[in-house]
Write a protein that binds this ligand. Sequence first.
Ligand SMILES: Cc1cc2nc3c(=O)[nH]c(=O)nc-3n(C[C@H](O)[C@H](O)[C@H](O)COP(=O)(O)OP(=O)(O)OC[C@H]3O[C@@H](n4cnc5c(N)ncnc54)[C@H](O)[C@@H]3O)c2cc1C
Length: 388
Amino acid sequence: MEKKKIAIIGGGIAGAALGYNLSLYDEADITLYEKNRIGCGTTAKSAGTVCLFDDSLKNRYWDVRLYGFETYLKMEKEKPGSAGFDKTGTLVCATDEEVEKTIKAGIALAKSAGYTGEYITDKARIKEILPSLNVDAILGAGYTQDDGYFDGTMISNTFAEKMEKNGACIKRGVEVVKINTEGGAAKSLETSEGETVDYDVIVDCTGPWSRFTGNLVGLDVPIWHTKAEAFFLVPPEKKLDYVFPVLKFPAFYALRAGDNVFICKSHLSMNLDDPMHAGQWDPDQLPQVGGTDDYFIDFLFDQMEENVPGLADSGLASSWLSYRAEPRDFLPILGETPVQNYFLCTGFGGNGVIEAPAATRDMAKLIMRGESTMLLEEWAFSRLLEEA
Ligand SMILES: Cc1cc2nc3c(=O)[nH]c(=O)nc-3n(C[C@H](O)[C@H](O)[C@H](O)COP(=O)(O)OP(=O)(O)OC[C@H]3O[C@@H](n4cnc5c(N)ncnc54)[C@H](O)[C@@H]3O)c2cc1C
């Protein structure tokens, strides 16, 4: 049987999930190149929330959300801990009627899939769930006990383990430094180890690095870097004596991280035209920790004072900065590009953990069977050319 030779560049959650999905096809001969360690890029700095209902991904893409959530639940069931699930539940706050409508529609979808979900207007009940919340500032809140957050690095490594078991090859610590084209088609790649290898298909899964890897084939990948600045608060009481749920507001979100609380400005509240929020930077220059701006912590402390006053007097334990890869419409870029045989699976922005399973399932179908799907059509590279 003739096999299709496929190279994946990047071993974050997108590359690892794609490698796994491709490895389910007997005719796929897969090599994944990761210049560092699996799941150590944006994925390692993620909050990993895959909420059943919030505003991060439109209800229109409910099946993407559900497929992501259930893929990780299955992973966790197969091997406890392999997706790093912390089932804290989620509380989504309605700041106005529009948000309330979205939450209620999300709850209906979650319930139809067999999960719990309720819209609570009884402020005393909401306070029981999250005592530090200012319930006067909200109309109500959607609540489910069924979800929580996952660990993107564990998930990536679990996918990597599974794809290797299925016969795929992972080159760790190997950078793709050059891509050779012939007649407008990607033909081979060159690595930091001095190897040149021919491929039928090369898939760019490098997230915020896609700007650079795209340039290797002369492609301008239309992504912006938004600053994902995460801060870890030490609550005033030092130890939380209740289960702190994933807390979602349109402008920010919070979740527990051990005895601390992780807070971050939401990706959909970022303005791509504001240089404080977005730009084009070099992800290789990101420090492991720190590197954050006062602008974001000031913003988040203001949000705490107004909405979660019980945390307003928290200490700051640590922080980190990462870059989300965001196309203008905050949706990923999947599939073919103007360079033949060079595919993109990037631009996951603030939703890569949610979106990777469904996006890469469909990408594998396209690469191995030439079949398109509604998702691939809606998230195609060509939509961004039309916009430009
Ligand atoms: C603070 C924060 C909070 C977030 N919260 C959530 C959340 O709650 N829910 C959610 O769904 N998403 C969340 N996200 C978004 C999510 O983490 C990302 O969308 C996702 O991790 C992107 O994965 P990726 O595989 O596309 O990119 P990455 O994880 O960045 O992987 C790209 C990989 O490519 C490698 N690479 C680059 N260039 C080369 C090369 N030339 N050769 C070989 N390898 C190369 C890099 O080393 C890297 O490992 C959050 C992100 C951040 C930063």
